[in-house]
Design a protein around this ligand. Structure first.
Ligand SMILES: NC(=O)c1ccc[n+]([C@@H]2O[C@H](COP(=O)([O-])OP(=O)(O)OC[C@H]3O[C@@H](n4cnc5c(N)ncnc54)[C@H](OP(=O)(O)O)[C@@H]3O)[C@@H](O)[C@H]2O)c1
Ligand SMILES: *[C@@H]1O[C@H](CO)[C@@H](O)[C@H](O)[C@H]1NC(C)=O
Ligand SMILES: *[C@@H]1O[C@H](CO)[C@@H](O)[C@H](O)[C@H]1NC(C)=O
Ligand SMILES: *[C@@H]1O[C@H](CO)[C@@H](O)[C@H](O)[C@H]1NC(C)=O
Ligand SMILES: *[C@@H]1O[C@H](CO)[C@@H](O)[C@H](O)[C@H]1NC(C)=O
Length: 292
C-alpha cells in the first residue's frame, strides 16, 4: 500500500497531466457557428481580433469595452465578416453593477450564452512599484474581480448550454517579472480563482469548461507602446493569438499557451502542481459537496 501511495499515484498524475495536454478532438471552425459569445475588451487588440475570428466562424457576438465609437466600428466589421449577429454594450468594468447587468443584457440580446471570453484589462505602464496603491486596487478590481462578477452572472446560462468560460491571462500570471507587480498579482489571482472553481465544477458535475490562456508578448498597439525601450523581446501576432485562444476554448482545454517559444508550455505547465492537485483532491469528502 505504501508503495502504491508513494509511487503509483504520482505516476498516475503524470499520466493525467499528459492526458490534459493531448487534445483528443480536432478543431473545426464550424464548432463556433451559431454559438452565442461575449468578448470583453473587444474594442482593440486581442479582443478585437477574437471578435473578427468569431465573426468569420459565424458566431453571435456581444462585445464590450468603454469606448462606444470604437465598438460601433468593431460591430459593423463583424457583420461584414459574417457574424450571425453582433451588438455592443459600452461601459467600464470598474463598475461591478455594470458588469453584472451587462451579462444579463447580452444574454437577452442573444437568447442565451455559450462562451464568455474575459479579456479586458485596465491601463498599466511598466514601472517600478513604489506606492501606487490605487493601481493595485484598480488592477485587482478590473482585471480580477470583474471577471468573477461576470462569470458568476453568466453561470446559469452557461450551465444550460454546457458552455465555456475563457480567461485571458499572461505568462505574468504564472511567473515573476519586474515592472508589472499589480498586473501580475491580478493575473495570478485569476489562476487561483478559476483553477479552483474548475475543480469544483469537476467534482459537482457542472459541465462548464474553463480555459485559462497564458500569453507571451503579443503585438497589440497597447503592449508595443508599453514595452517600447524597456523590453527587448519579439512579439507574436495578435490574429494568430486570437485563433489559438478560440481553438483551445472550443476544445474545452484547461489551459492554452501561446508564445513565441515552444518551451513556455513545457516549463510553465508545472506537472508537479497537477500531480499534487490530483492527489490532494482525494482527501476531500467530495460526496458531501454535491447537492441533491
Ligand atoms: N498584448 C500582450 O502582449 C499581452 C500579453 C499577455 C497577456 N495579454 C492579455 O491579453 C488581453 C488583451 O490585451 P491587449 O494587449 O489586447 O489589450 P488592449 O489592446 O489594450 O485592449 C484592452 C481592452 O480592454 C478595454 N478596457 C480598458 N479598460 C477598461 C475598463 N476599465 N473597462 C472595460 N474595458 C476596458 C479596452 O477598451 P477601452 O479602452 O475602450 O475600454 C480594450 O478593448 C489582456 O487580458 C492582457 O492581459 C496581452
Ligand atoms: C454603474 O453602472 C450602473 C449600471 O450600468 C449604473 O446605473 C451606475 O450609475 C454606475 N455607477 C457609476 C458610479 O457610474
Ligand atoms: C489609466 O486610466 C486612468 C483613468 O481610468 C487614469 O487616471 C490613469 O492616469 C491612466 N494610467 C495610465 C498608466 O495610463
Ligand atoms: C449538455 O450535456 C448533457 C450531457 O452531459 C446533455 O445531456 C445535454 O443535452 C447537453 N445540453 C446541451 C444544451 O448541449
Ligand atoms: C459537456 O458538454 C460538452 C459540450 O456540449 C459535451 O461535448 C460533453 O459530452 C459534456 N460532458 C459531459 C461529461 O456531459
Amino acid at each position: 500500500m505504501a508503495f502504491m501511495k508513494k509511487y503509483l499515484l504520482p505516476i498516475l498524475g503524470v499520466f493525467l497531466a499528459y492526458h490534459y495536454y493531448s487534445a483528443n478532438e480536432e478543431f473545426r471552425p464550424e464548432m463556433l457557428q451559431g454559438k452565442k459569445v461575449i468578448v470583453t475588451g473587444a474594442s482593440k487588440g486581442i479582443g478585437e481580433a477574437m471578435a473578427y475570428q468569431l465573426a468569420k466562424m459565424g458566431a453571435h457576438l456581444v462585445v464590450t469595452a468603454r469606448s462606444k465609437e470604437t465598438l460601433k466600428k468593431v460591430v459593423s466589421h463583424c457583420l461584414e465578416l459574417g457574424a450571425a449577429s453582433a451588438h455592443y454594450i459600452a461601459g467600464t468594468m470598474e463598475n461591478m453593477t455594470f458588469a453584472e447587468q451587462f451579462v444579463a443584457k447580452a444574454g437577452k440580446l442573444m437568447g442565451g450564452l455559450d462562451m464568455l471570453i474575459l479579456n479586458h484589462i485596465t491601463n498599466t505602464s511598466l514601472t517600478l512599484f513604489s506606492d501606487d496603491i490605487h493601481l493595485v486596487r484598480r488592477s485587482m478590481e478590473v482585471n480580477f474581480l470583474s471577471y468573477v462578477v461576470l462569470s458568476a452572472a453568466a453561470l446559469p446560462m452557461l450551465k444550460q448550454s454546457n458552455g465555456s468560460i475563457v480567461v485571458v491571462s499572461s505568462k505574468a500570471g504564472k511567473m515573476a517579472n519586474p515592472l508589472i507587480a499589480p498586473y501580475s498579482a491580478s493575473k495570478f489571482a485569476l489562476d487561483g480563482f478559476f483553477s479552483s472553481i474548475r475543480k469544483e465544477y469537476s467534482v459537482t458535475n457542472v459541465n462548464v469548461s474553463i480555459t485559462l490562456c497564458i500569453l507571451g508578448l503579443i503585438n497589440t498597439d497597447t503592449a508595443m507602446k508599453a514595452v517600447d525601450g524597456i523590453l527587448n523581446m519579439d512579439a507574436s501576432p495578435k490574429e494568430e493569438c486570437a485563433l489559438e485562444i478560440i481553438k483551445g476554448a472550443a476544445l474545452r482545454q484547461d489551459e492554452v499557451y501561446y508564445d513565441n517559444s515552444i518551451w513556455t508550455a513545457l516549463l510553465l505547465g508545472n506537472p508537479g502542481r497537477k500531480i499534487l492537485e490530483s492527489i490532494t483532491l482525494r482527501y476531500y469528502n467530495v460526496d458531501k459537496l454535491i447537492k441533491n
